[in-house]
Design a protein. Sequence first.
Lengths: 329, 428
Amino acid sequence: MSEVPNREGEFPLATALSARSLARRAAAAPPELRKKRRPLELLIQAFLFACGAISILTTIGIVYVLGSQSWLFFRSPEVDILEFLTTTSWVPAVGQFGIWSLVNATMMTTTFAMIVALPLGLASAIYLSEYASPGVRNVLKPILEVLAGIPTVVYGYFALTFMTPLLRAIFGRDVVEIYNTASAGLVMGILILPLVSSMSEDALSAVPRSLREAAYALGATRLETAIQVVVPAALSGITAAFILAVSRAVGETMIVAIAAGAGPAFTFNPFKAAETMTGHIVRISGGDLSYDSIDYDSIFAIGLLLFLMTLALNLISRAIMHRFREVYE
Amino acid sequence: MNKVSKLTAARMESTPFGEDAQLKRNLVARHRTGSLWHALFLLALAIGIVALTALIYNILDQSFGLVALEVKVEPRELAQDGVPIEELSKEQLITLLEARVSKGVLRRLKAEQPLEQRDREELLSLVYERVVQPKVVQSWSLTDSLLKRHSVEMEAAQKYPSARLEFRSWVNPHFITQPQSSDPQLAGVRTAILGSLWTIAITILVAFPLGVGAAIYLEEYATDNALNRIIQTNINNLAGVPSIIYGMLGLAIFVRALEPFTSGALVGGVADPTTANGRTIMSAGLTLALLVLPLLIVNAQEAIRAVPNSLREAGYALGATKWQVIWHHVLPNALPGILTGTILSISRAMGETAPLIVVGASTYIVYDPHSPFSKFTTLPVQIYQWTARPQQEFRNLAAAAVIVLLVLLLTLNAAAIIMRNRFSRRMI
């Protein structure tokens, strides 16, 4: 009884009621203080946990599928894992499986994409974060978001029907082939620009105002503040953005499938056609593919390599973000 | 004392920044560098905007323009007693078809559906398709059509003396309502649009409950233990896996391993003539669901996290159970954010191409998909296939299909914004 706070005057009825019922209960039996068991609540919680666990199943599925099919591929007599990793000729018809022609093309397109996306992305992030007034930012940011929302197949179309003719007009039709890695890479850079820009801008705007004000107080110009104070302070975030951009470029498929060429070729000439890892997977699986053929198994081996590459890049990006992040109070 | 003040005076004359004049020169140079870089930063953004403009210009340029049309039979010749074919009655059209179309084709057409049972519009389009047989022999871009009309006319007259030059919008009602065809004149995106909608419907039905459920679990129930941390990290990592890998997962799991289910054999039991061993809308929808799930979960988590704790505590204080608090207080408040995130994920799924090609979107189908176990093609896949062909007319079709796709995506996003605004008003 004494535990019930005496609030007479405020809730006279409630207090009276609860006091009476408590008294009655106390007389009959000790109060039931255990948590009531609610099976439905438990069921719901189990269902929700299952929803979360699906993501784990997805990962296990990816690793299992890629791993088991690649195992079949590497076990087959025509394939030698050493040859796979060291030679440069990919001609499944005669049993040559040298991954480097595909990896090389992927690296070519990725390099071109980074040449476009990294400087432009960082520069526009600096502009949006350090120079633009809120009004200007509200106009410019949605434009970048639109750029990010356009399906990649449209970029592929753009690369083939706009960028390639443009390159051929500049460098000559004899030099530039209809399908080439340069065109695909440049357009891929435009696709990735918004990603670099928005991630870098997030990193830049996370730098506290006090750092900028200190720099201004020392007489630094806006540029000096941005380049010598804000960018170094946000370097971990920017680096993470760059690495994530590389990962996106490596895994990008439709642009290279349309514009980079259909047929593996080991070449360092950006104006020649060469098929990337992703482009090869799409072309092979788009045709009539019979299961249990070496072609079918080979795309899973390429997929496994692709998965490992992007996973490694993503993990590095995340690690940099966490390890080297400067925390300001 | 005197010495000290002299020293300060000397120091004042030459500041750490140099002599007065030098300081000024230095400052001017620094500001010049500053404004130069300012311009460069702006230029970077401008390049992005120019790229977007070029992309849109390129699409529009290819979607409209002059075409040179050759016909097998002039429609004028088909006119009966001065009445043009557009105004002929149903019976007259049937006699015309029977007179002009070869016996074999006629038999096939009648087997599909007797001519008498078809309506007038259908017969008229049959007359165009089978008798007039218009054929695009060349097409020009919008820019050429507008600015160099004269040289285009000269070229057309020289190369195709019998052809008629006309302005054509490749996006037109016929294009949207007709199925795919190997003739660019007749091809449409009807099957592709329907395929996209079916696939997306399955994606939403699967991904939305699972995604929101997982987000609720992670935000409301999960304690900070190893298992839950693994789930969270795993979701973040899955978001970075290239979409084509999901396609391969779908190919191995949904198309091959679960074939009895995804081909519809297990569910319907009816062997559908249009299905192809698991390469169905169901497989595609499930694959896309797995693909957008991480994105959806992360967005939903953010929305749930934004609901203030005081609301939950108020609920508990009134004696509500955990689920009652979530269902009646947390979810309604998080709904606008969850919906926005869902629509963003759906737009992503709508534009995905690579995983669907891997899962086995058909290259050529003319029948509407009618169940989740039909063969399918989607708009982006259709665009890819048309782009991959060398003929210019198919490029025009691809551009027109891009416009349809972008309009669909825009509508979807507009719907998201409207829905969000309506819901958030109701909340407050």
